[in-house]
Design a protein around this ligand. Structure first.
Ligand code: PEP
Ligand code: MG
Length: 537
């Protein structure tokens, strides 16, 4: 047995035969041509066909993995239109009187080398892309369709690197895992693999002679085992069986309604921190997104994310969810989520301090930027806006005033948006006590049990020393949940739970009996909770 370690791009276990990726790269010969203009024309015709092909791949990827990941094929189309790239090819043909294949291959190699030498990770990853587009044109010029990679049985696919177009063209049902010797965890291939839910490793020094050998890919530790011994094989078979059990549960419940035996329907939604999590939400068949913690966009950035950056993220999520409800919570920083560039003062009691809506109502420009992005994105799907850490009626009224200013401005500039439902998080005891008044102002409530427990029981949720006092099952919290549901329903306001307690299987039945309308949780909990609900009377 041999074992090789690299970096994990996506988790999971795969056991099976290894196949080395057959590259479509042609041996390109340098040939003399008499008529340079005719050769340039031949190049442009091949390039145009390649662009059409890429459009087809874009459409396919859009359906399979969503806009963000499909965008790479738009980038490839743009790269093929790039003036520098085209000038270089035309120049080589004209000055050296050589065939288009040779000019494309040389240009592709030169550009790839330049990208590979760059400091920036993103630019380095573009090296594979420029090779990819050049290969595509060369394949067309030489009249080939490419050998393709057709497997009769599912395989662990090993390659030096994988171009995004190669990844998307593969028959996914025949690929157990991707292992590349090069590549980065940021490459589009890695991202695509992740979204396709196939274990993927990069930068693994797998030798060249592995074709047909037995292999194990451990996407948790980033290890590949070649010709595994009995013990290793048994260990991984057991781990894989456990995964399969989970998957069987998924398969059995996917596509089914979340409904009790007596016919009560519950909205079972997923919680996300960013665009990258939407794949999990879809994979676990959530009916919507009940909490998009938008502050992660701010936490991942070195400066305030622009309106455009936020718009893109919200729009992508809305589009990927294809008309399903997406509740986006406005910025909730402060307390445990500190961001340097906000330059917030040090506070003795940050959990009781300047956080969430309090920051937004103080720094209205930051709030407005986010609201503009949210309203603009609303035109592309079914977005709801949710306000965090509400304790008073005036905070909601003031927020709604600001929202109106944003809408008026968008209307004045004829920028489309929808009449977005507005909700509040119920995560402070004050909000519970005034839930009737709040319900008159909003379309929905979502109970944040993490903070509600903290504030009800006067227990800092970050303080490990008092962890044993943190009891989300405390009767006070459960009563508050009941009070919130009742108040909401008195005013036709739907009520959900998006804190961790929403996924607690020991309470699912209790919540449903209390009258909860929606439960939002981390995607992996969705199907197990659906199972409980479907078995309930
Ligand atoms: C909560 O408080 O329950 C909640 C969902 O919000 P967060 O955990 O992000 O504070
Ligand atoms: Mg909270």
């Amino acid at each position: 047995m041999e074992q090789f370690k690299g970096k994990s791009a996506f988790q999971g276990i795969a056991i099976g035969k290894i196949a080395e990726m057959v590259k479509d790269s042609k041996v390109v010969r340098r040939e003399h041509v008499e008529d340079a203009e005719a050769e340039i024309k031949r190049y442009h015709e091949a390039k145009d066909r390649a662009i059409t092909e890429l459009q087809g791949l874009y459409d396919k990827a859009l359906k399979e993995v969503g806009e963000t990941h499909a965008q790479i094929f738009e980038v490839h189309q743009m790269m093929l239109e790039d003036d520098d790239y085209n000038d270089s090819i035309e120049n080589i043909i004209k000055s050296q009187l050589v065939n288009a294949e040779y000019a494309v291959a040389t240009t592709g190699d030169n550009f790839a080398e330049t990208f590979a030498a760059m400091e920036d990770d993103y630019m380095r990853a573009r090296s594979a892309d420029v090779k990819d587009i050049s290969e595509r044109v060369i394949t067309d010029l030489s009249g080939g369709q490419g050998t393709g990679n057709v497997f009769t049985e599912p395989v662990i696919l090993v390659a030096d690197d994988l171009a995004p177009s190669e990844t998307v063209q593969l028959d996914k049902s025949k690929v157990l895992a991707f292992v590349t010797r090069e590549g980065s965890t940021n490459s589009h291939t890695a991202i695509l693999a992740r979204t396709m839910n196939i274990p993927a490793l990069v930068q693994v020094p797998v030798p060249k002679d592995v074709e047909g050998k037995m292999g194990i890919v451990d996407g948790f530790t980033g290890t590949v085992y070649i010709d595994p011994d009995e013990d290793t094989l048994t260990k991984y078979q057991m781990q894989q069986d456990k995964e399969k059990e989970k998957k069987a549960l998924l398969a059995e419940l996917k596509g089914k309604d979340t409904v009790t035996k007596s016919g009560r329907k519950i909205k079972l939604y997923g919680n996300i921190g960013g665009v990258g999590d939407v794949g999990f939400v879809l994979e676990n068949d959530a009916a919507g997104i009940g909490l998009f913690r938008s502050e992660f966009l701010y936490l991942q950035s070195d400066g305030y994310p622009t309106e455009e950056e936020q718009f893109k993220a919200y729009r992508t999520v809305a589009e990927m969810m294809a008309g399903k409800e997406v509740v986006i919570r406005t910025l909730d920083i402060g307390a445990d989520k500190q961001i340097d560039y906000f330059n917030l003062d040090h506070e003795a009691n940050p959990a009781l301090g300047f956080r969430a809506i309090r920051i937004c109502l103080d720094r209205v420009d930051v709030f407005k930027t986010q609201l503009r992005a949210l309203y603009r994105a609303s035109a592309f799907g079914n977005i709801d806006i949710m306000l965090p850490m509400i304790t008073s009626v005036w905070e909601v009224e003031k927020s709604k005033e600001i929202m109106k200013e944003v809408r008026d401005d968008l209307s004045a500039h004829q920028i489309p948006f929808k009449d977005v439902p507005v909700g509040v998080m119920i995560e402070t005891p004050a909000a519970v006590m005034i839930a009737d008044e709040l319900a008159e102002l909003v379309d929905f409530f979502s109970i944040g049990t993490n903070d509600l427990t903290q504030y009800t029981e006067a227990i800092d949720r970050q303080n490990q020393k008092i962890e044993r006092y943190f009891n989300p099952h405390h009767p006070a919290v459960l009563r508050e949940i009941q009070m919130t549901i009742d108040a909401g329903h008195r005013h036709n306001t739907w009520v959900g739970i998006c804190g961790e307690l929403g996924a607690d299987p020991t309470l699912t039945e209790t919540f449903i009996k209390m009258g909860i309308d929606e439960l939002s949780m981390s995607p992996s909990s969705i199907l197990p909770v659906r199972k409980i609900i479907r078995e309930m009377d």
